[in-house]
Design a protein around this ligand. Structure first.
Ligand code: TYM
Length: 330
C-alpha cells in the first residue's frame, strides 16, 4: 500500500484554500492509503509565534483536522514536533541541499518580499524540512495545493541526491497529488492572488467562520462595474468569485451565473448571495464539529499522544536505516 504524508502549518485556522487544496482529498485518501497527517509546528516557527499563540493554533488545527473527517483509527495524525526523527533527517538532508537552489525557490523569494526584516535560515531551508517530513515515512503521495508543487519537486531532488550519493534506492520519489486532474489554487476575496492565512483581513474564508462573518466577507469582496460586451472576459477579482463558486456550488448554479455574465445580465449582489449560501452549506457541519471538539481537551490530547507514538515508531525505522547508510554505525 502506498504511503501518503500531508501537513498544514499551525499558523492559523483552516480556510477554504486548505480545505479544497489538500484536506478534502485526504479525507478520501484514508480509505485507500496508509496515511500520515501532521501539524507543521516546527515550520510555523519561521514567523516567531509566542508560546501561547503556538499552543492555541496547534490545538485549533488538530481539532479542524478531526472536524473535516480524518479518522484517527484509520490514519496517523500527529504534531511534527512530537517526532524528533524529522529534525534529525532535516539535518542530514541539509548537508546536501545547496544554498543557491534554496535561494531560487519561489516561496523563499516571496517571503523575502513579505518579511524583509525576518529573513531567517529557517525560511531558506523550509523546503528541506518539508522534504524530511515526507521522506521520513517514505511517502510517494502528497496531497497539496498548487502552491506546494515546487516544494515537492525539491523533495524529489533531495531524495534522488541522497540515493545517488550513497549509491542505493532508499528513498522513493514523492509526488504532489490530488483527486482532481490538476492541483488546485483557491483564490482569495481581495481581488488578487490566492486565499491565505497571512494575506490580510477579509481575504480568507475560514471553516470556523460563522454564517454572519461569511456573509460580511463575501459581500465586501472586490468586483467591478459589470460587463458591457457579450462574452467579455472577466477581470481577476470577478474571476476569483466564479472560481470560488465553482468549487462550492452545483454545476447548474455555476452555469446559470456564467450565462448571466456572458449576456451582461449579471447582478453581483445575487452572485454573492449564492456564493455565501453555498459556502455556509459546506462549512456549517464542519463548524458544528469544531465547536463540539473544542470542548473536549482530554480527547484531543489523547489523539495527539497516540498519533505521536505511531508516527515515531515509523520514523525511527527510517532514521535507523538512514544512519546506517550514511555510516553512523560505529
Ligand atoms: P500551508 O499550511 O500553507 O497549507 C496547507 C495545505 O493547504 C494548501 N493550500 C491551498 N490550496 C489551494 N488554494 C489555496 N489558496 C491554498 N492555500 C493553502 C497547501 O497547498 C497545503 O497543501 N509547506 C506546507 C506545509 C507542509 C507540508 C509538509 C505539506 C510542511 N511539511 C509536508 C505536505 C507535506 C504549507 O505551508 O502548507
Amino acid at each position: 500500500m502506498e504511503t501518503v504524508v500531508s501537513g498544514i502549518r499551525s499558523t492559523g485556522n483552516l480556510h477554504l484554500g486548505n480545505y479544497y487544496g489538500a484536506v478534502k482529498n485526504f479525507v478520501e485518501m484514508q480509505q485507500n492509503y496508509r496515511c500520515f497527517f501532521f501539524i507543521a509546528d516546527y515550520h510555523s516557527l519561521t514567523t516567531h509565534p509566542t508560546p501561547s499563540n503556538l499552543q492555541d493554533t496547534v490545538k485549533q488545527v488538530l481539532i479542524e483536522y478531526l472536524a473535516v473527517g480524518i479518522d484517527p483509527e484509520k490514519s496517523t495524525i500527529y504534531l511534527q514536533s512530537h517526532v524528533p526523527q524529522i529534525a534529525e533527517l532535516y539535518l542530514f538532508l541539509n548537508m546536501n541541499a545547496y544554498v543557491g537552489e534554496l535561494q531560487r525557490c519561489a516561496s523563499f523569494k516571496d517571503k523575502i518580499r513579505a518579511q524583509p526584516d525576518n529573513v531567517n535560515a529557517g525560511l531558506l531551508t523550509y523546503p528541506v524540512l518539508m522534504a524530511a517530513d515526507i521522506l521520513i515515512h517514505k511517502a510517494t503521495k502528497v496531497p497539496v495545493g498548487k502552491d506546494q508543487e515546487q516544494h515537492l519537486e525539491m523533495a524529489r531532488t533531495f531524495a534522488n541526491r541522497f540515493n545517488r550519493m550513497y549509491k542505493n534506492n532508499y528513498f522513493p520519489e514523492p509526488y504532489a497529488f490530488s483527486f482532481d486532474k490538476n492541483l488546485i489554487k483557491i483564490p482569495g476575496l481581495d481581488g488578487n492572488g490566492k486565499m491565505g492565512k497571512s494575506e490580510g483581513e477579509g481575504n480568507a474564508l475560514f471553516l470556523s467562520d460563522t454564517p454572519e462573518i461569511i456573509r460580511k466577507k463575501v459581500m465586501k469582496a472586490v468586483t467591478d462595474s459589470g460587463p458591457t460586451e457579450l462574452n467579455q472576459s472577466k477581470p481577476p477579482s470577478v474571476q476569483n468569485l466564479f472560481d470560488l463558486l465553482k468549487v462550492v456550488a452545483s454545476e447548474d448554479t455555476y452555469q446559470h451565473f456564467e450565462e448571466q455574465y456572458n449576456l451582461c445580465q449579471i447582478r453581483y449582489g445575487d452572485l454573492k448571495k449564492q456564493l455565501t449560501e453555498d459556502v455556509i452549506k459546506t462549512t456549517a457541519p464542519i463548524r458544528e464539529k469544531i465547536n463540539d471538539l473544542s470542548k473536549n481537551n482530554d480527547y484531543i490530547r489523547k489523539i495527539a499522544r497516540i498519533g505521536a507514538e505511531k508516527a515515531r515508531d515509523n520514523a525511527q525505522k527510517t532514521i535507523k536505516e538512514v544512519r546506517e547508510i550514511i555510516g553512523f554505525n560505529y
